[in-house]
Design a protein around this ligand. Structure first.
Ligand code: AHG
Ligand code: MN
Ligand code: MN
Length: 351
């Protein structure tokens, strides 16, 4: 066993905290608690084919989608791992319409956590990877016990963001702004061990695009032009991209983070802001992408700069390798030719 394999997530967080002598430990505790919740969810996801947790509950969440039991389970586990610690002034979850206060019987603290408890849950019955996405903000409101304002903050204010992918192994990837680090769950001892220190999106990376092409007919002509280009249909791309689309954002993003590539969920004529949620999906993954050397865009502007107006607002998302996201932005601006050669140079060198 190498010393690298002996770095547990706890040790990693403690060592990072030592660099801030004024730290109270509250923030570190929040990260442990999320890692603990992730282990509980991983255990349940692994048993999904066996347990009574499968199937629809029949209820509809605030996004107008049917909620699966595992979504509810994952939400409850994260909420209960964090509600009593005294470190939070509230939470927000994709599965709940409003700001989630800390129950009156517990003390409150100076952070809030936002999460998508189970991402890609429509895949769960087919044994396909799913995930959890989270972010942490500092309390900013004057409200003594926190309020929605504490969760309605732009991506650049996030103090930490991360995700867990429940795949062939369970991995937790997070950043506090000082590198992106990945930990793999060693199931026999129940510990997350540092397996991917300081992740950088390879540059030049693989030429992969991930998008639901079934929506092609609903896209703008610019978006169609972009995908035609990526596939080599417009005659200007000498090295067409590969297509990979799992339909679980976390899993698609994770692959592109490790190999290079770009995930897109564009606006379309029925959904002017696309499908994905700014606060639970786009902003946390944008923080990871940027700290790994990548880029995250609405197609016209930086995801991290969006000032949210509501907890469940949606945004188009282009995320992954910086040079590839830049190409998308050019197509969407209607100027694919301008400066394209410079952007293409590293891409061409990579394959
Ligand atoms: P969730 O399961 O949290 O509702 O998210 C599902 C999302 C995301 O994971 C994925 O990228 C996207 O939905 C897939 O949407 P399409 O089925 O429209 O491609
Ligand atoms: Mn999701
Ligand atoms: Mn979800």
């Amino acid at each position: 066993m190498t010393s690298k394999s002996l770095v547990t997530i706890e040790r990693h967080i403690i060592e990072a905290e030592r660099q801030f002598p004024e730290a109270t430990g509250a923030f570190s505790n929040i990260l442990y608690d999320i890692a603990f919740a992730a282990k509980m969810i991983a255990r349940e996801v692994r048993r999904a084919g066996l347990a009574d947790v499968l199937g629809y509950t029949g209820e509809v969440n605030v996004q107008g989608e049917e909620v699966k039991k595992l979504d509810e389970y994952a939400h409850e586990v994260i909420f209960k791992a964090l509600d009593h610690t005294g470190h939070l002034c509230g939470m927000a979850s994709e599965e709940v319409a409003d700001f989630i206060p800390i129950p009156d019987r517990f003390p409150t603290g100076k952070y809030c956590v936002l999460f998508d408890p189970l991402d890609g849950s429509s895949n769960i019955e087919a044994n396909v990877s799913v995930g959890t996405i989270f972010s942490v903000h500092r309390k900013v409101s004057d409200h003594p016990r926190g309020c929605a304002q504490d969760c309605l903050q732009p991506g650049y204010s996030q103090v930490a963001a991360g995700y867990v992918v429940y795949g062939s192994s369970t991995m937790l990837v997070y950043t506090t702004g000082n590198g992106v680090h990945g930990f793999t769950l060693e199931p026999s001892i129940g510990e997350f061990l540092l397996s991917h220190p300081d992740i950088r999106i390879p540059s030049p990376g693989q030429r992969i695009f991930s998008v639901n092409e079934g929506n092609y007919m609903k896209w703008s002509s610019q978006q169609r032009g972009l995908v035609d280009y990526l596939k080599g249909l417009d005659g200007t791309n000498p090295k067409p991209f590969s297509a990979r689309y799992i339909g679980s954002l976390v899993a698609d993003f994770h692959r592109n983070l490790l190999y290079g590539g770009m995930f897109m969920y564009p606006a379309d004529d029925k959904n002017p802001n696309g499908k994905l949620r700014l606060l639970y999906e786009a902003a946390p993954l944008a923080m990871i992408a940027e700290h790994a050397g990548g880029r995250a865009s609405t197609g016209t502007s930086r995801i991290m700069d969006i000032e949210p107006r509501s907890l469940h607002e949606r945004t188009p998302l282009y995320i992954g390798s910086a040079d590839q996201v830049e190409i998308a932005e050019r197509f969407l601006a209607g100027t694919p030719g301008a400066g394209m050669e410079a952007a293409l140079e590293p891409l061409a060198a990579g394959v």
